[in-house]
Write a protein that binds this ligand. Structure first.
Ligand code: ZN
Length: 341
Protein backbone atom coordinates (compact mmCIF):
# COMPACT_ATOMS: atom_id res chain seq x y z
CA UNK A 1 0.00 0.00 0.00
CA UNK A 2 1.25 3.48 -0.80
CA UNK A 3 1.64 5.80 2.18
CA UNK A 4 1.61 9.61 2.02
CA UNK A 5 3.97 11.37 4.40
CA UNK A 6 5.76 14.69 4.84
CA UNK A 7 8.28 15.95 7.38
CA UNK A 8 6.38 19.26 7.58
CA UNK A 9 4.48 18.00 10.64
CA UNK A 10 7.57 18.73 12.77
CA UNK A 11 6.84 22.46 13.01
CA UNK A 12 4.00 21.56 15.40
CA UNK A 13 5.59 20.50 18.68
CA UNK A 14 3.10 21.23 21.47
CA UNK A 15 4.09 20.97 25.11
CA UNK A 16 1.12 21.87 27.31
CA UNK A 17 -1.36 19.21 28.42
CA UNK A 18 -3.66 19.67 31.39
CA UNK A 19 -4.76 16.37 32.96
CA UNK A 20 -7.04 16.52 35.99
CA UNK A 21 -5.50 19.83 36.99
CA UNK A 22 -1.92 18.67 36.47
CA UNK A 23 0.19 20.23 33.69
CA UNK A 24 2.12 17.55 31.79
CA UNK A 25 3.92 17.34 28.48
CA UNK A 26 1.48 16.48 25.73
CA UNK A 27 1.45 12.95 24.38
CA UNK A 28 0.94 14.29 20.83
CA UNK A 29 4.66 14.58 20.00
CA UNK A 30 6.56 14.61 16.68
CA UNK A 31 8.22 11.33 17.65
CA UNK A 32 4.88 9.62 17.06
CA UNK A 33 5.36 10.13 13.34
CA UNK A 34 8.88 8.66 13.49
CA UNK A 35 7.54 5.49 15.07
CA UNK A 36 4.67 5.28 12.59
CA UNK A 37 7.14 5.80 9.76
CA UNK A 38 9.19 2.89 11.06
CA UNK A 39 6.00 0.81 11.03
CA UNK A 40 5.47 1.74 7.38
CA UNK A 41 9.05 0.84 6.50
CA UNK A 42 8.77 -2.49 8.32
CA UNK A 43 5.63 -3.19 6.28
CA UNK A 44 7.48 -2.27 3.06
CA UNK A 45 4.92 0.38 2.14
CA UNK A 46 6.02 2.85 -0.51
CA UNK A 47 6.25 6.46 0.72
CA UNK A 48 4.80 9.27 -1.37
CA UNK A 49 5.15 13.03 -0.81
CA UNK A 50 1.85 14.98 -0.66
CA UNK A 51 0.59 17.32 -3.36
CA UNK A 52 -0.29 20.85 -2.22
CA UNK A 53 -4.02 21.41 -2.69
CA UNK A 54 -4.25 24.82 -1.02
CA UNK A 55 -7.18 26.14 0.99
CA UNK A 56 -9.98 24.66 -1.17
CA UNK A 57 -10.32 21.24 0.52
CA UNK A 58 -10.03 22.81 3.99
CA UNK A 59 -12.70 25.39 3.17
CA UNK A 60 -15.18 22.61 2.29
CA UNK A 61 -15.19 21.63 5.99
CA UNK A 62 -14.06 24.60 8.07
CA UNK A 63 -15.59 28.08 8.42
CA UNK A 64 -13.83 31.16 6.97
CA UNK A 65 -13.57 32.73 10.44
CA UNK A 66 -11.91 29.64 11.87
CA UNK A 67 -9.39 29.30 9.04
CA UNK A 68 -8.52 33.01 9.37
CA UNK A 69 -8.16 32.63 13.12
CA UNK A 70 -5.78 29.66 12.79
CA UNK A 71 -3.67 31.30 10.09
CA UNK A 72 -3.29 34.60 11.97
CA UNK A 73 -3.38 33.33 15.55
CA UNK A 74 0.32 33.11 16.30
CA UNK A 75 1.19 36.61 15.05
CA UNK A 76 -1.71 38.14 16.98
CA UNK A 77 -0.71 36.22 20.10
CA UNK A 78 2.94 37.29 20.06
CA UNK A 79 1.89 40.89 19.34
CA UNK A 80 0.22 40.95 22.79
CA UNK A 81 3.73 41.28 24.22
CA UNK A 82 3.08 39.44 27.47
CA UNK A 83 1.81 36.11 26.17
CA UNK A 84 3.07 32.62 26.92
CA UNK A 85 4.97 30.17 24.70
CA UNK A 86 1.77 28.48 23.51
CA UNK A 87 -1.79 29.66 23.00
CA UNK A 88 -4.10 28.29 25.68
CA UNK A 89 -7.55 29.78 26.08
CA UNK A 90 -8.60 31.33 29.38
CA UNK A 91 -12.22 31.91 28.47
CA UNK A 92 -14.62 29.18 27.42
CA UNK A 93 -17.69 30.80 25.91
CA UNK A 94 -20.61 28.45 25.48
CA UNK A 95 -21.96 30.72 22.77
CA UNK A 96 -25.37 31.45 24.25
CA UNK A 97 -26.36 34.69 22.55
CA UNK A 98 -22.68 35.56 22.23
CA UNK A 99 -20.88 37.95 19.90
CA UNK A 100 -17.94 36.80 17.82
CA UNK A 101 -14.97 38.53 19.46
CA UNK A 102 -12.32 40.66 17.80
CA UNK A 103 -9.61 40.20 20.44
CA UNK A 104 -7.23 37.26 19.97
CA UNK A 105 -7.85 35.96 23.51
CA UNK A 106 -11.58 36.02 22.83
CA UNK A 107 -11.16 34.23 19.52
CA UNK A 108 -8.93 31.62 21.14
CA UNK A 109 -11.65 30.77 23.62
CA UNK A 110 -14.32 30.79 20.92
CA UNK A 111 -12.41 28.41 18.66
CA UNK A 112 -11.11 25.86 21.19
CA UNK A 113 -13.21 23.19 22.90
CA UNK A 114 -10.60 22.42 25.56
CA UNK A 115 -7.02 23.14 26.64
CA UNK A 116 -5.57 20.16 24.74
CA UNK A 117 -4.98 21.99 21.48
CA UNK A 118 -2.19 24.51 22.21
CA UNK A 119 -1.22 26.61 19.20
CA UNK A 120 2.46 27.32 18.63
CA UNK A 121 4.45 29.08 15.88
CA UNK A 122 4.35 26.11 13.50
CA UNK A 123 0.88 24.75 14.19
CA UNK A 124 -0.90 26.26 11.20
CA UNK A 125 1.78 25.09 8.74
CA UNK A 126 1.77 21.55 10.13
CA UNK A 127 -2.03 21.34 10.24
CA UNK A 128 -2.24 22.50 6.61
CA UNK A 129 0.40 19.96 5.57
CA UNK A 130 -1.63 17.21 7.27
CA UNK A 131 -4.71 18.12 5.23
CA UNK A 132 -2.61 17.92 2.05
CA UNK A 133 -1.46 14.44 3.13
CA UNK A 134 -5.07 13.32 3.62
CA UNK A 135 -6.34 14.87 0.38
CA UNK A 136 -3.43 13.40 -1.60
CA UNK A 137 -4.36 9.94 -0.30
CA UNK A 138 -8.04 10.52 -1.17
CA UNK A 139 -7.11 11.73 -4.65
CA UNK A 140 -4.94 8.64 -5.24
CA UNK A 141 -7.87 6.41 -4.31
CA UNK A 142 -10.16 8.42 -6.61
CA UNK A 143 -7.58 7.91 -9.35
CA UNK A 144 -7.71 4.13 -8.97
CA UNK A 145 -5.61 3.01 -6.01
CA UNK A 146 -7.44 0.40 -3.95
CA UNK A 147 -6.26 1.82 -0.61
CA UNK A 148 -3.81 4.50 0.54
CA UNK A 149 -2.55 5.41 4.01
CA UNK A 150 -2.13 9.06 5.09
CA UNK A 151 0.34 9.74 7.92
CA UNK A 152 -1.37 12.86 9.27
CA UNK A 153 -0.02 14.83 12.19
CA UNK A 154 -1.49 16.71 14.00
CA UNK A 155 -4.55 14.43 14.04
CA UNK A 156 -7.97 15.81 13.15
CA UNK A 157 -11.05 13.93 14.35
CA UNK A 158 -11.76 16.11 17.41
CA UNK A 159 -11.80 19.29 15.28
CA UNK A 160 -15.23 20.71 14.48
CA UNK A 161 -16.17 23.07 11.66
CA UNK A 162 -14.92 26.02 13.72
CA UNK A 163 -13.37 24.58 16.87
CA UNK A 164 -10.08 22.88 17.78
CA UNK A 165 -9.72 20.40 20.64
CA UNK A 166 -8.06 17.19 21.75
CA UNK A 167 -4.75 17.73 19.84
CA UNK A 168 -6.74 18.45 16.63
CA UNK A 169 -7.06 21.62 14.51
CA UNK A 170 -8.16 20.67 10.99
CA UNK A 171 -10.28 17.56 10.50
CA UNK A 172 -8.16 15.50 8.09
CA UNK A 173 -10.65 12.59 7.92
CA UNK A 174 -13.59 14.90 7.20
CA UNK A 175 -11.58 16.76 4.56
CA UNK A 176 -10.64 13.45 2.91
CA UNK A 177 -14.30 12.35 2.94
CA UNK A 178 -15.44 15.66 1.41
CA UNK A 179 -12.82 15.24 -1.30
CA UNK A 180 -14.06 11.70 -2.03
CA UNK A 181 -17.61 13.08 -2.27
CA UNK A 182 -16.65 14.69 -5.58
CA UNK A 183 -16.64 11.20 -7.05
CA UNK A 184 -18.89 9.17 -4.73
CA UNK A 185 -22.47 10.02 -3.73
CA UNK A 186 -22.13 8.42 -0.33
CA UNK A 187 -19.01 8.09 1.81
CA UNK A 188 -18.49 6.47 5.21
CA UNK A 189 -16.03 7.52 7.90
CA UNK A 190 -15.32 4.66 10.29
CA UNK A 191 -13.42 5.97 13.32
CA UNK A 192 -11.51 3.29 15.23
CA UNK A 193 -9.60 5.70 17.50
CA UNK A 194 -10.06 4.97 21.23
CA UNK A 195 -11.66 8.41 21.55
CA UNK A 196 -15.01 9.31 20.05
CA UNK A 197 -14.63 11.24 16.78
CA UNK A 198 -16.71 14.13 18.07
CA UNK A 199 -15.50 16.73 15.59
CA UNK A 200 -16.27 14.48 12.65
CA UNK A 201 -19.68 13.67 14.09
CA UNK A 202 -20.40 17.38 14.54
CA UNK A 203 -19.36 18.28 11.01
CA UNK A 204 -21.63 15.72 9.34
CA UNK A 205 -24.39 15.49 11.97
CA UNK A 206 -27.10 16.93 9.72
CA UNK A 207 -25.80 15.48 6.44
CA UNK A 208 -27.24 12.30 4.91
CA UNK A 209 -24.39 11.79 2.40
CA UNK A 210 -21.56 11.04 4.87
CA UNK A 211 -22.22 8.26 7.37
CA UNK A 212 -20.09 8.66 10.50
CA UNK A 213 -19.42 5.56 12.59
CA UNK A 214 -17.25 5.63 15.71
CA UNK A 215 -16.10 2.75 17.93
CA UNK A 216 -14.54 4.10 21.13
CA UNK A 217 -14.11 3.87 24.89
CA UNK A 218 -17.35 4.78 26.66
CA UNK A 219 -17.51 8.57 27.15
CA UNK A 220 -19.24 7.99 30.46
CA UNK A 221 -15.68 7.65 31.84
CA UNK A 222 -13.42 8.83 29.03
CA UNK A 223 -12.62 11.84 26.81
CA UNK A 224 -14.58 13.58 25.28
CA UNK A 225 -17.20 12.85 28.01
CA UNK A 226 -20.01 14.94 26.49
CA UNK A 227 -20.21 13.35 23.02
CA UNK A 228 -20.03 9.77 21.78
CA UNK A 229 -23.15 8.19 23.29
CA UNK A 230 -25.22 5.63 21.40
CA UNK A 231 -28.31 7.84 21.36
CA UNK A 232 -26.54 10.47 19.21
CA UNK A 233 -27.83 9.43 15.79
CA UNK A 234 -27.74 12.58 13.68
CA UNK A 235 -30.34 15.29 13.11
CA UNK A 236 -32.60 16.63 10.36
CA UNK A 237 -31.68 15.10 7.01
CA UNK A 238 -28.73 13.40 8.75
CA UNK A 239 -30.87 11.53 11.27
CA UNK A 240 -29.80 7.88 11.20
CA UNK A 241 -26.41 8.50 9.57
CA UNK A 242 -24.40 8.72 12.78
CA UNK A 243 -23.60 5.56 14.69
CA UNK A 244 -21.73 5.52 18.01
CA UNK A 245 -20.55 2.23 19.47
CA UNK A 246 -19.15 2.96 22.94
CA UNK A 247 -17.27 0.07 24.56
CA UNK A 248 -16.58 -0.53 28.25
CA UNK A 249 -13.15 0.67 29.39
CA UNK A 250 -10.62 -2.14 28.94
CA UNK A 251 -12.49 -4.00 26.18
CA UNK A 252 -10.12 -6.39 24.36
CA UNK A 253 -9.91 -7.94 20.90
CA UNK A 254 -13.06 -10.08 20.94
CA UNK A 255 -15.33 -7.31 22.20
CA UNK A 256 -13.78 -4.95 19.69
CA UNK A 257 -14.41 -7.34 16.81
CA UNK A 258 -18.08 -7.62 17.80
CA UNK A 259 -18.30 -3.84 17.46
CA UNK A 260 -16.57 -4.05 14.07
CA UNK A 261 -19.25 -6.51 12.95
CA UNK A 262 -22.01 -4.08 14.00
CA UNK A 263 -20.21 -1.33 12.10
CA UNK A 264 -19.83 -3.54 9.01
CA UNK A 265 -23.55 -4.29 8.86
CA UNK A 266 -24.46 -0.62 9.22
CA UNK A 267 -21.96 0.43 6.56
CA UNK A 268 -23.13 -2.26 4.16
CA UNK A 269 -26.74 -1.11 4.39
CA UNK A 270 -25.67 2.48 3.59
CA UNK A 271 -24.05 1.25 0.32
CA UNK A 272 -21.26 3.85 0.18
CA UNK A 273 -18.84 4.33 -2.70
CA UNK A 274 -15.75 4.82 -0.54
CA UNK A 275 -14.52 4.45 3.04
CA UNK A 276 -12.34 6.67 5.21
CA UNK A 277 -10.80 4.96 8.23
CA UNK A 278 -10.00 7.43 11.01
CA UNK A 279 -7.15 5.24 12.16
CA UNK A 280 -6.38 5.86 15.78
CA UNK A 281 -4.03 3.27 17.23
CA UNK A 282 -4.66 4.39 20.80
CA UNK A 283 -7.10 1.52 21.41
CA UNK A 284 -3.88 -0.43 22.05
CA UNK A 285 -3.44 -2.22 25.36
CA UNK A 286 -0.10 -0.39 25.70
CA UNK A 287 -1.22 3.12 24.78
CA UNK A 288 -0.39 5.69 27.50
CA UNK A 289 -3.97 7.04 27.31
CA UNK A 290 -5.32 3.65 28.40
CA UNK A 291 -8.91 3.16 27.30
CA UNK A 292 -9.26 -0.15 25.47
CA UNK A 293 -7.02 -3.24 25.31
CA UNK A 294 -6.54 -4.18 21.67
CA UNK A 295 -3.44 -6.34 21.07
CA UNK A 296 -1.10 -6.19 18.06
CA UNK A 297 -2.72 -9.34 16.54
CA UNK A 298 -6.05 -7.65 17.32
CA UNK A 299 -5.09 -4.75 15.05
CA UNK A 300 -4.44 -7.30 12.30
CA UNK A 301 -8.00 -8.56 12.72
CA UNK A 302 -9.29 -4.99 12.54
CA UNK A 303 -7.39 -4.54 9.25
CA UNK A 304 -8.89 -7.75 7.89
CA UNK A 305 -12.41 -6.68 8.84
CA UNK A 306 -11.93 -3.32 7.10
CA UNK A 307 -10.67 -5.06 3.95
CA UNK A 308 -13.72 -7.33 3.83
CA UNK A 309 -15.98 -4.28 3.55
CA UNK A 310 -14.74 -4.27 -0.04
CA UNK A 311 -14.61 -0.49 -0.47
CA UNK A 312 -11.93 1.86 -1.85
CA UNK A 313 -10.28 2.90 1.39
CA UNK A 314 -8.36 5.92 2.68
CA UNK A 315 -6.62 5.38 6.01
CA UNK A 316 -6.12 8.66 7.86
CA UNK A 317 -3.89 8.57 10.92
CA UNK A 318 -5.57 9.89 14.05
CA UNK A 319 -4.34 9.16 17.60
CA UNK A 320 -1.92 6.55 18.93
CA UNK A 321 0.72 7.68 21.38
CA UNK A 322 4.25 6.75 22.35
CA UNK A 323 4.62 3.09 23.22
CA UNK A 324 7.13 0.49 22.06
CA UNK A 325 4.56 -1.13 19.79
CA UNK A 326 3.00 1.94 18.13
CA UNK A 327 4.80 1.21 14.84
CA UNK A 328 4.11 -2.52 15.05
CA UNK A 329 0.39 -1.86 15.47
CA UNK A 330 0.37 0.20 12.27
CA UNK A 331 2.27 -2.54 10.41
CA UNK A 332 -0.25 -5.04 11.78
CA UNK A 333 -3.46 -3.25 10.76
CA UNK A 334 -2.19 -2.56 7.23
CA UNK A 335 -0.89 -6.15 6.85
CA UNK A 336 -4.27 -7.48 7.95
CA UNK A 337 -5.98 -5.28 5.37
CA UNK A 338 -3.69 -6.38 2.55
CA UNK A 339 -3.90 -10.09 3.29
CA UNK A 340 -7.73 -10.06 3.41
CA UNK A 341 -8.12 -7.99 0.24
ZN1 ZN B 1 -7.49 9.19 20.29
Amino acid sequence: MKAVHTELHRSHDPQFFLVRGVVKRTTEQPERADRLLKGLKDGKHRLVEPTTFGQGPRARIHSPEYLSFLSEAWDAWTALGDSGPEMIGNIHPVRHAATYPTHIVGKLGWHTADTAAPIGPGTWAAACAATDVAVTAAQMVMDGEDAVYALCRPPGHHAYRDMAGGFCFLNNSAIAAAHLRQKHERVVILDVDVHHGNGTQGIFYARPDVYTVSIHADPIAYYPYVWGYAHERGEGPGLGTNLNIPLPIGTGDDGYMQAMELARKAIESFAPGALVIALGLDASEHDPLKGLSVTTPGFRRIGQAIARMGLPTVFVQEGGYLSDILGANLTSVLAGFEEAR
